[in-house]
Ligand binder design. Sequence first.
Ligand SMILES: [Zn+2]
Length: 403
Amino acid sequence: MDQTTIRRSNLSLVLRHVSERGQSSRSAVAVATGLNKTTITSLVNELQARGLLKEIGPRHAGSVGRPSLVLTLDGSGVGALGMEVNVDYIAAFATDLAGRVLIDRRIGFDAMESDPGRSLDKLAGVICRTVADLERLGVALAGITVAVPGLIEADTCTVVVAPNLGWRGVPVADRLVSAGVSPHVPITIDNDANLAALAECSSGVAMGMSDMVYLTGEVGVGCGIISGGRPLRGADGFAGEVGHVVVDPAGEPCGCGRAGCWETKVGLAALVRMATPGHSPGAYRRFVRDPEERLAEIEQRRAEGDPLVDTAVAEVGLWLGRGAALLVNLFNPRLIVLGGYFARLADRLIPVAQKELDRLGVAIAAERCDFAASPLGFGAAARGAAHVVIERVLSDPTSIAIR
Ligand SMILES: [Zn+2]
């Protein structure tokens, strides 16, 4: 490694140490990193100059000994913006380096009724307004990550295909810049379920876990897999497309052109179809117009004790357990986190799904894998997207200019 690389790596080591502990003394940093005091002084000075660390105190370490200053994250002027574009909304979530929430907003938007160009213009508009609001708060953006429900080619920042948005081969970063987003802020994109999984591991129900699966129940079914502490992406970044694993070849036709995909058993459209009186098979996707409204209707009928709704939810729970058994046998997660609409019906879905999982999974693995409802709800992907930007700063503090 050359000097610049070593320096960058050491800056990251110190910043990450303080970030993980909340605060730390210079001597504790030296012990944890194995770096000498002179080096620590130089690194801390640079991190302070970049507005990433500050020193507070003095703090008395017990009754004897001299008062010592304490290092803590500064970063109040460094912002991370996570965006999510989905079938019926655009979400924006911004934090500073220390994780303080600056903006958390969700705007209703019908992507299914818009062509990709109009959707991207709308997304760019929301980003520009949010960036302007952050500037008014005195925050400079370190980066933007956009969550998209589809297959992503991260290197080229391109959405290969997002069926439920009607996007195919969309170079998102380029299009956002031509629609007015500043070219000086780095933009990355990722799959929404991958990002939601990261959010659950960093600040949700799977905090600190290194092996978990996140399932998002929406019009489609997304899946984010964290294995050994990292998102599992596969050779082309397409890993985790379990929504289109065929579980019932004689089943309903799916939007992808196959029949009996898992999505046709557990997606929101499947639930709505089964809960519709006198429902018949076929064209299940027509049940997905206005998903939020459909879900609200189902919750209302469930509260009124409608037996058809209860049967439909139990049927989804059963198929959730069957699909989960496949995931447990493949990836051996400790926890399966249910997001999206699954979380809203978790009290009924989880007992049914857990029983089926325990019946079908490999015995030892099934015993050790539980379901849990996501506490982050529909905001998980945008939160995870902001987390990715923070992680980049922690990995390379030199990405933030000296003030
Ligand atoms: Zn399918």
